[in-house]
Design a protein around this ligand. Structure first.
Ligand code: CP
Length: 331
């Protein structure tokens, strides 16, 4: 890895991507690329694949290459499961230490992308440095999916999250969504960019010093969504249809892998959600979403309650990626 990651690193955003179709043969790097109708097409296609005849041969002969320079439980495996369920195959790495990027040569993202683009039909990349998915896209010669780049974006997580909220509620227009935790995170940035297309009310409850970039807020508020700040989750819950959470206590997102410290700090109570809070204050249809993994901000005592939307959200990661891969590569 040759670049020095910074939280404010610019995100080049596809200046080199000539594909006129937002999906077919195109890179998936930023939620900025997609209009509301593009996202709705993806969601309809996801529904069609789920309810239609088996899709098990639609991507037969296609190869997905994973290039994960950073830890993942869900994103890599959901992409790979989606490819396998569509009849394709997968190869790749989940630890850059086994590649030439992680040894004496410090092989560049561009050189590795050129290789992987010759081995498969699509590359899914996660990297601790903002902008590295764009660097892959500039060199791979095949479509590249950004599976999380530092503090940049995580568009396929956002697609999964919007699809999940839409499914619970029957649509996103009119929804009130409380968003809490570190609102600077890549997942939150992508979710906010997706929600800007919908007439929803966004109640932001950022952790201390964790408010989104003002330019991003301006961009979201310049769309159809209305944006307000709230001091605590408890303050936002009574009006909310959804609580969308990210951790407040988290590792450094600019490194590949962080070991757990001996003593993790506790999440302040203003940013925690548990059963008692929701049973006292939430409307019965409220659902909690969390991109996971969780820390103490999301209590396990919610797992067996109707408020739990996060297992559905995690499971939806496969059908949404099936639809995405099909739109990108299918016949
Ligand atoms: N939601 C998410 O990105 O999870 P992983 O880090 O496990 O892929």
């Amino acid at each position: 890895m040759t670049t020095t990651p910074t939280r404010s690193a610019p995100h080049p955003h596809l200046s080199f991507d000539p594909a006129p179709d937002p999906w077919r043969g195109a890179h998936v790097l930023s939620m900025r690329r997609y209009r509301r109708e593009d996202l709705e097409d993806l969601f309809h296609h996801t529904d069609a694949l789920r309810s239609g005849p088996a899709a098990s041969t639609r991507l037969a002969g296609r190869v997905l290459v994973s290039a994960f320079y950073q830890s993942s439980t869900r994103t890599r495996l959901a992409h790979e499961a989606a490819m396998l369920r569509m009849g394709g195959t997968c190869t790749g790495f989940a630890d850059a230490g086994v590649t030439r990027a992680g040894d004496f040569f410090a092989e560049t993202p561009e050189d590795i992308a050129r290789m992987l683009g010759g081995y498969g039909d699509l590359v899914v990349v996660r990297h601790p440095c903002t902008g590295t998915a764009d660097r892959f896209a500039s060199a791979a010669g095949v479509p590249v999916v950004n599976a999380g780049d530092g503090w940049g974006e995580h568009p396929t997580q956002a697609m999964t999250d919007l699809y999940t909220m839409r499914g619970f509620r029957g649509g996103l227009d009119g929804a009130t969504i409380a968003l809490t935790g570190d609102l600077r995170m890549r997942t939150m940035r992508s979710v906010l960019l997706g929600l800007r297309h919908y007439r929803c009310q966004l109640l932001l409850v950022p952790g201390p010093g964790m408010a989104p970039d003002p330019a991003l807020i301006e961009e979201v508020a310049g769309g159809r969504a209305r944006v307000e700040r709230r001091p605590s989750v408890a303050d936002a819950v009574p009006a909310a249809d959804f609580v969308y959470m990210e951790p407040v206590v988290q590792p450094d997102y600019t490194v590949g892998r962080s070991a757990a410290p001996a003593h993790k700090p506790a999440t302040p109570p203003e940013y925690r959600v548990d059963r008692a809070l929701l049973e006292d204050w939430a409307r019965p249809h409220l659902r909690v979403l969390h991109s996971l993994p969780r820390q103490d901000e999301l209590s396990t005592d919610l797992d067996d309650t109707p408020f739990n939307g996060y297992w559905t959200q995690a499971r939806n990661g496969v059908p949404v990626r099936m639809a995405l891969l099909d739109l990108m590569l299918g016949a």
